[in-house]
Design a protein around this ligand. Structure first.
Ligand code: IVH
Length: 693
């Protein structure tokens, strides 16, 4: 008798154990982001399961983790009729709308009592219905028209944060109903979307316009092997027990008294629910929730287009019932759109500090992502060609979080606009008329150097900006007037400005001029990293300037360094080294540096040479308002001690320094258990470290 014909009890048990273990590790890794075993260990379990199933194919079960990705693409989609229609949500836009929403509810319930609400992010993804029968995922469907959707089980099974079997992870979890329908939103993470598009760009593949389209396109794949490669995830937002009470009797027939309890059950069964959900009381608290969520929007790794406010008690939901298309017990508090449509009224070419010429779309002003936008960079001519963009086109603009607005797509229909004008690459600099020359493979630059007023303005603006000499009051508008008026030719001229030079300039009264001259005088005393950064050498940002100073100690040594010694500096490669060398080889640049020194610009080189590395390898994040020192100063002090200062909190962060007004970064630090210092603790910390240098 072979083992294959009559598999032993041990084998069946081992298979069951392996499947539960793997499903649990999928849950810990994909749903909770908290793996407890290394990848090799997981791979070993998976390989063992595959091996046993290959030897005993008759023992393969549909909920086995090896069965997530089916083998062959489907021929087409099968229609599914929803047992309970999938409705949409009514919308509100402000506090008054929210109050009306609550007033309607109270009126209908004939009550003056406080109402509790479950508030959640409104995920910008694709709605999905999951059917679990006896705890096993048997079908997944799209919303479709709300009555009939499409069967996408083959694709949904590939999402590792969707359990194929429920209720196997938590000891003592409530029984799973016999037929349970769970609804939620499948979405693509922002980070996954960016990585996927970058990869597609590099390999010449198709890129997606936004995470939502990418998620929708992926779920429409007939081949689950493609879906399996894409970073899709799920948040569940509702559940219902299907069938009669009798059918479900003794089988977890209830989902609790309120939505909050339902979410706890879903979580216990292994389904992903949104950690940002909250239960609040009354319209005012709903509004506060929505406003806080809007603040947090840029730091979430998924796109949301609002907050969903739902009456928490299921009994009250049942009493309120539905209108034709929407429930009376829920509403969507809509956030400003991050993508809108507008028209390209022109394309200008802008000259940057180093002469690079960039096309910029001049747009019919639109409100997007919370601000009015009238320009969007087009990067280069290749991007214009890729978009197929003309002046006169209708385009979709995207501005998510605080990022720079971007043209994502041309939507003018063929023959839709009569007077489209092609965008032509300029042959001469729009600011000074010098010829343009290639700048790398896809960019062009003005060959005029400091002859070009646009480059001069940008160079002066950069020199005076924060992070460089930080001269308060010498902003873009004033620099423009000073350069156009012939008063400032290069950065050294800033230190020769006199009171009378400002006569007749816009908004430069006696007091402003006095303040500005004081600020200029104060800026004479600076630090070498700021000075070096301020010179505007291509590719030399604040971090590189600091690394150069830490390595060489003095400006003279940096100016004299050859490529080999420059490349010894951390993070300096051949390109940066060539830029530094090229910059200081230029007589004109050397003359500007000499004139700056003659004008009294100075720094303490012995202090620079005493840079320390007591905080080497430590990563700090600064958030909120610091009162004793500015954030720039704090950053400089940390960098001088060898620390890195990062913009966002991750597991790698060593400390978060939080002042009043700290928001999502502080939340993240607390969530990840990262030590947080207030400003007083931070000052004490610096003091101790500075003493050990
Ligand atoms: S509850 C009766 N909660 O928004 C409808 N919907 O217009 C109950 N959505 O297509 C829906 N996040 O897929 C609900 N946390 C959330 C949601 C959410 C996104 C989608 C949903 C639907 C649309 C409603």
């Amino acid at each position: 008798m072979t083992e294959k014909a009559h598999p032993g009890q041990d084998l069946v048990q081992e298979l069951r154990l392996l499947r539960t273990q793997i499903a649990r590790h999928d849950y810990l890794y994909h749903t909770l982001d908290a793996p407890v075993i290394p990848d090799v260990e997981y791979d070993r379990l998976f390989a063992r399961l595959e091996q046993l199933e290959a030897q005993h194919p008759e023992l393969i079960t549909p909920d086995s983790p090896t069965q997530r990705v089916g083998s062959a693409p489907l021929a087409g989609f099968v229609q599914v009729t929803h047992e309970i229609p999938m409705m949409s949500l009514a919308k509100v836009f402000d506090a008054a709308d929210l109050e009306d929403f609550e007033a309607r509810i109270k009126k209908r319930l004939d009550t003056h009592a406080d109402i509790s609400y479950s508030c959640e992010p409104k995920i910008d993804g694709v709605a999905v219905s999951l059917l679990y029968e006896d705890g096993v995922l048997t079908r997944a469907a799209t919303r479709g028209d709300g009555i009939t959707g499409e069967d996408i089980t083959h694709n949904v099974r590939t999402l590792r944060d969707i359990p194929l079997r429920l209720g196997i992870f938590h000891e003592g979890a409530a029984a799973v109903p016999r037929r349970l329908e769970v609804r939620g939103e499948i979405y693509m993470t922002r980070s996954g979307f960016d990585a996927m598009n970058r990869e597609a760009e590099n390999s010449g593949g198709r890129t997606f316009v936004n995470p939502r389209n990418a998620a929708a396109g992926t779920l429409r794949q007939l081949d689950p092997r493609i879906t399996d490669q894409r970073p899709l995830r799920l948040f569940c937002y509702s559940a219902a027990v299907l069938g009669s009470a009798a059918e479900n009797e003794g089988k977890g027939e209830s989902l609790g008294a309120n939505l909050s309890a339902t979410f706890t059950l879903l979580e216990q069964w292994g389904l992903p629910v949104n950690p940002e959900r909250r239960t609040v009381t009354g319209a005012a608290e709903c509004l506060a929730y929505a406003q806080a969520l809007l603040e947090k929007r840029p730091s979430l790794d998924y796109e949301i287009d609002g907050a969903v406010i739902k009456v928490d008690r299921l009994q009250l939901q049942a009493e309120l019932g539905f209108n034709a298309r929407t429930p009376r017990w829920a509403t969507a508090y809509k956030f400003p759109a991050e993508e809108v449509s507008t028209v390209v009224e022109g394309v200008d070419f802008q000259v940057g500090r180093t002469g690079t010429i960039t096309p910029v779309a001049r747009l019919r002003p639109v409100f997007v992502g919370g601000v009015t936008v009238s320009n969007a960079t087009l990067h280069n001519m290749a991007e214009i060609a890729r978009l197929g963009l003309h002046v006169g086109d209708t385009v979709i603009i995207r501005r998510a979080g605080d990022v720079i607005p971007k043209v994502v797509k041309v939507t003018t229909e063929e023959g839709g606009a009569a007077d489209l004008v092609d965008v032509m690459m300029p042959t001469h600099c729009p600011a000074c008329g010098s010829e343009v020359e290639p700048d790398g493979d896809i960019l062009i630059r003005c060959s005029g150097g400091l002859v070009c007023p646009a480059q001069r303005k940008e160079a002066v603006r950069h020199f005076c900006a924060r992070g460089a000499l930080d001269i308060e009051g010498l902003g873009e508008k004033l620099v423009e007037q000073l350069v156009d008026g012939g008063l400032v030719h290069d950065v050294a001229d800033v230190f020769h400005l006199r009171r009378e030079d400002f006569e007749g300039l816009e908004r430069m009264g006696e007091k402003s001029v006095g303040n500005l001259l004081t600020a200029i005088d104060k800026a004479r005393s600076t630090t070498l990293p700021r000075f070096l950064f301020g010179l505007g050498i291509p590719e030399v940002g604040e971090a590189t300037a600091l690394a150069l100073v830490n390595h060489f100690g003095t400006l003279d040594r940096i100016m004299a360094a050859d490529a080999t010694s420059l490349e010894e500096v951390e993070d300096v490669g051949p390109i940066v080294a060539a830029h530094v060398q090229h910059f200081f080889a230029n007589e004109e640049n050397r003359a500007v540096v000499a004139r700056l020194r003659q004008s009294g610009v100075r720094w303490n080189e012995s202090e620079v040479a005493a840079q320390s590395d007591v905080l080497n390898g430590q990563i700090f994040v600064l958030t909120g308002t610091l009162e004793v020192m500015t954030r720039d100063e704090a950053k400089e002090r940390l960098q001088a001690l060898g620390a890195k200062v990062a913009g966002s909190v991750s597991k790698k962060t060593t400390y978060v320094v939080a002042g009043p007004g700290a928001g999502s970064k502080l939340d993240k630090a607390l969530e990840l258990d990262i030590p947080v210092l207030d400003e007083q603790q931070f000052l004490a910390f610096l003091w101790e470290r500075a003493c050990t240098r």
